[in-house]
Design a protein around this ligand. Structure first.
Ligand SMILES: Cc1cc2nc3c(=O)[nH]c(=O)nc-3n(C[C@H](O)[C@H](O)[C@H](O)COP(=O)(O)OP(=O)(O)OC[C@H]3O[C@@H](n4cnc5c(N)ncnc54)[C@H](O)[C@@H]3O)c2cc1C
Length: 398
């Protein structure tokens, strides 16, 4: 037995003892969790203690110091279980890897171990009402003081801000520079009295994301991630990690739009004998397998320290398109029942409603296509007429 096989067997045993197998009849919220936050925290801590959190992160920052093969082996085993780890996905997928790559030694030692142990939850504070796809147009400011910086402004669509302890925020620090240049990334304490989090309720009645207001929020000088005025570079690192986390993450069996789930749904409703449904299920299986293999390659390259470049955008785009495509199939299997509810329908219906969000979160499909067009296919760049103009000379809606 190789060491990877041993790791896989140990992971399987641990999951069988500590995690719930996927249960279709459970009551889930929009983030796919039916579990209270404290229980999620306990689970994440146990996962870390057992050696299955931060599998590829360095040991000195709380990780396991293992390779991509172990990470993939664990993900494959975990796909059969319902892991209540949703609140940690953003921290471990985006700010965590960014701090690992650009943070100071002090930041890595301070923030990464509690993040892995599930003791501190993080969110990503990029989008603003006037800055989504073109996030470099952001208007939140950070002004230098004697001891650090003061942040003022508003963010929006911040997933998980309602329970986050820290956020990675990008703010304008020099408006006399062109829009991509005078930005800085900071660690911000979400419990600071000047931070106000207001939930945004979506069509299902859930509030998975928020508006976040910053009124004279002080951050110390050592809260800067990367370099002052070079926050765009840090943002690009975080967006690259975000696309790998979203696009190359693999699709758990528990995902209501996965091949396994939709096959079960089709069987339960007798639709599995319909030739058209069978053909689409087979296609779903093929597309899902191709995406899993592609994600595996990206994970291996990322863990080996290689730059995957715009291929992260290709994975993110393919994942979003696949979810939309699978949502169509799910609707056809359910027919009119999709609006009538019932234990097995609710979860699928929530995933169908949520699928378009996947084509927007982490950069829209159009933006991913622009990136692939420019950086992979070598097509002409977007004109970007405001690229070299000082930010404070741009005409902006405020
Ligand atoms: C479920 C979900 C979770 C999210 N979580 C977070 C989070 O935690 N933190 C965070 O900071 N943000 C988050 N976001 C926000 C997300 O990053 C933005 O919604 C996204 O970047 C798009 O910005 P926008 O909504 O302002 O749309 P806009 O940028 O206004 O785009 C509107 C439309 O115009 C198109 N468009 C814009 N520019 C171009 C172009 N140059 N070429 C072609 N088409 C273009 C877009 O594709 C889109 O169809 C989340 C969004 C969703 C849906």
């Amino acid at each position: 037995m190789t060491s990877i096989d041993e790791f896989r067997t140990r992971a399987r045993r641990w999951l069988e003892q500590h995690a719930k197998p996927f249960d279709e009849s459970a009551d889930y919220d929009m983030e796919g969790s039916s579990v209270p936050l404290e229980e999620s925290k306990r689970f994440q801590k146990a996962l870390w203690e057992a050696g299955f959190a931060g599998i590829t992160w360095p040991k000195e920052y709380g990780g396991q110091g293992r390779g991509a093969e172990e990470l993939i082996a664990f993900s494959e085993e975990a796909a059969d279980f319902e892991l209540p780890t949703g609140p940690f996905v953003i921290g471990l997928g985006m700010p965590g890897p960014t701090i690992l790559e650009l943070g100071t030694e002090e930041q890595k030692r301070r923030y990464l171990p509690p993040m892995l142990r599930g003791e501190e939850i993080w969110c990503q504070l990029f989008s603003e009402p006037g800055a989504g796809s073109d996030v470099a147009s952001l208007q939140t400011t950070a002004t230098r003081t004697e001891n650090g910086w003061v942040i003022n402004g508003q963010k929006v669509w911040t997933s998980g801000a309602q329970y986050s302890d820290f956020g990675a925020i990008i703010a304008r620090t020099d408006p006399t520079l062109p829009k991509h240049k005078g930005i800085t990334m900071f660690v911000v304490d979400m419990h600071h009295p000047g931070v106000t989090v207001r939930p945004l309720v979506v069509a299902t009645g859930q509030a998975p994301f928020n508006e976040v207001f910053f009124d004279n929020v002080e951050v110390p000088a050592d809260a800067v991630i990367g370099e002052v005025d070079k926050g765009w570079d840090a943002a690009v690192v975080m967006l690259r990690n975000e696309r790998v986390a979203i696009g190359a993450g693999g699709r758990a069996r528990s995902n209501p739009l996965s091949y396994d789930s939709l096959l079960e749904l089709a069987r339960a409703r007798g639709a599995h004998t319909d030739t058209a449904v069978r053909r689409r299920l087979a296609l779903l299986y093929a597309r899902e397998s191709a995406l899993t293999t592609y994600g595996r390659v990206l994970h291996e390259e990322t863990t080996a320290g290689l730059q995957i470049g715009a291929r992260g955008s290709a994975a993110k785009l393919a994942g979003a398109e696949l979810s939309l495509w699978a949502a169509d199939l799910a609707q056809d299997i359910l027919g009119g029942d999709v609006v009538l509810g019932g234990a097995d329908v609710e979860r699928v219906a929530a995933a169908i409603v949520g699928a378009p969000g996947g084509a927007t979160a982490g950069g829209t499909n159009e933006i991913q296509r622009n990136i692939i067009g420019e950086r992979v296919l070598g097509l002409a760049k977007d004109p970007g007429v405001d690229r070299n103009t000082p930010f404070n000379q741009l005409k902006l809606s405020r």
